[in-house]
Ligand binder design. Structure first.
Ligand SMILES: [Fe+2]
Ligand SMILES: [Fe+2]
Length: 486
């Protein structure tokens, strides 16, 4: 073949490759479903990829950097293909990646391949940006598309985001169909970034969740119906905690979390989980919120956590900084991150000053129609019923010693993105020093920890929760008559 013809063919092939990258990544392909990347151990050099197929086939991944196939330069750690509820689950962990690098990848069986998806490794610097959303929790494709629209608007608005987190309740009923619909609706997002998943109570039992995501939970303790894991991203440590275990969180997990938070030098410590100790939604009145206040909040105080982000109660609420359940300048800020979806909850005003002190509220936005309200320091102003009705997303921007959290609502009515809350924390960097260097594994068995948790839960429930609950029973009945739900 003449050299000039070879050159022309090479140019055409290169153009095809570049063109292929530019048009790919918008939808799932027929054979390869639920493709997603998650952080697996070290976000600088590793990534966990997973996908589903309908037939038993080999797990192959191709990795590209700047259009060049670099698969031979990394290590692919392939898990055995497993069968789960009529699906074949593929998990491949990619190791040996270069920090701060954008990679394209495709999955397949070696003969046929998916579209190209993308992830970017952490560059390790102290500028970190991410998006956080709660509770897509839909029951049909339309509902998931609505939730995905909120997240797409978030990425349009905050394109510098390194990744996004979903704080639990991916689906409403944890069925195969609903997980398929989540992945179908979120494919345009999952194809271009990395997901940090948190288990919610609607993801319980967690077999679906565990089978969806290629997470490294090997350094966690035993926990039921969910997962714990953590990672450092730049100068931020993020611990993901399961709130589906015994009475929300077992003694096992609390010990794990304490050791985990004490084993990092990162400047910022963020905990993300599903249930919150501080909420004015319908779930704030149950003992597990009080139990989290008595247990998890204590660990966060002791370990100098800066921010706790949760989901579960489908409204936005930020507390003032709290230490030992009191407002304190140097305390932990708790944020209930709202829902990106359409299922939204009313406020339970009877919880104010019973289950949560009014003075703790820094910001509270109710996303539900007819409740488009903002906390104004005295009450919930009912005048604006449109601006705050829509899907909620958070942006977290860390730049050295500054952390800014913004909350936005994508208006149902206008599709405009409205900033509804902004909050900045500052600190002197380089002052967090790891104090725990041991192995984060506990000697006593699960049953022992379950019993300790149970005894603690009963003690709090009887001595503190029951008297509060009795006090608000008439309000609960009135609320049930109005909303049809407890
Ligand atoms: Fe939820
Ligand atoms: Fe929930």
């Amino acid at each position: 073949m003449k050299k000039s013809i070879k050159t022309v063919i090479s140019v055409i092939l290169c153009l095809c490759m570049v063109f292929g990258f530019s048009v790919a990544s918008s939808a799932e392909t027929a054979d390869y479903k639920r493709i997603v990347s998650v952080f697996n151990d070290d976000p600088k050099t590793m990534i966990g990829i997973s996908w589903y197929t309908q037939s038993d086939s080999p797990s192959e991944v191709k990795i590209y950097s700047s259009g060049k196939d670099v698969t031979s330069q990394v290590t692919l750690d392939k898990a055995a293909v497993t069968s789960f509820e009529g699906n074949y689950v593929h998990k491949v962990t990619v190791k040996g990646l270069t920090p701060g690098t954008k990679y394209d990848y495709k999955v397949g069986d070696g003969a046929t391949w998916s579209d190209y998806y993308t992830f970017t490794t952490d560059d390790g610097d102290s500028s970190v940006d991410y998006i956080s959303v709660g509770d897509p929790q839909a029951s049909d494709l339309g509902g998931f598309q609505k939730a995905a629209h909120t997240v797409e608007k978030a990425f349009e608005y905050f394109p510098q985001a390194d990744f996004y987190t979903v704080n639990g309740d991916f689906t409403n009923d944890n069925t195969n169909d609903q997980w398929s619909e989540y992945f179908e609706a979120f494919a345009p997002i999952n194809s271009k970034t990395t997901l940090v998943p948190v288990t919610g109570n609607h993801d319980d039992p967690s077999n679906w969740f565990v089978n969806q995501f290629n997470l490294d939970t090997s350094e966690s303790v035993e926990t039921k119906d969910g997962v714990n894991y953590s990672f450092d991203y730049g100068n931020v440590h993020i611990a993901i905690v399961n709130t589906n275990d015994a009475f929300s969180m077992s003694q096992y997990q609390l010990n794990w979390l304490k050791n985990d938070l004490n084993s990092t030098n990162a400047d910022w410590k963020i905990v993300q989980m599903h249930k919150s100790p501080y909420t004015l939604g319908k779930d704030g009145k149950w003992p597990d919120a009080l139990y989290l206040e008595k247990t998890l909040a204590k660990v966060c105080d002791e370990c100098d956590v800066d921010l706790v982000i949760s989901g579960h109660d489908h409204m936005y609420l930020r507390t003032k900084p709290l230490t030992d359940n009191k407002v304190s300048d140097d305390g932990v800020t708790y944020v209930l991150g709202g829902t990106c979806g359409s299922k939204r909850y009313e406020i339970r005003t009877f919880s104010v000053d019973t289950f949560m002190q009014k003075e703790f509220i820094a910001s509270n936005i109710i996303q539900k129609t007819g409740y488009g309200n903002e906390w104004n320091g005295e009450n919930w102003d009912t005048k604006d019923t449109t601006k705050n009705v829509g899907g909620c997303f958070l942006t977290i921007h860390v730049d050295g010693g500054n952390l800014t959290l913004n909350a936005y609502i994508v208006s149902d009515e206008t599709d405009e993105v409205n900033l509804v809350d902004t909050y900045t924390m500052t600190k002197t960097t380089g002052q967090n020093t790891a104090t725990y260097t041991g192995e984060n594994v506990h000697k006593k068995g699960y049953l022992y920890n379950w019993i300790v948790s149970f005894v603690g839960w009963i003690a709090y429930a009887v001595t503190e929760w029951l008297p509060k609950f009795f006090k608000v029973i008439p309000d609960i009945i009135k609320s049930y008559a109005k909303t049809g739900t407890f």
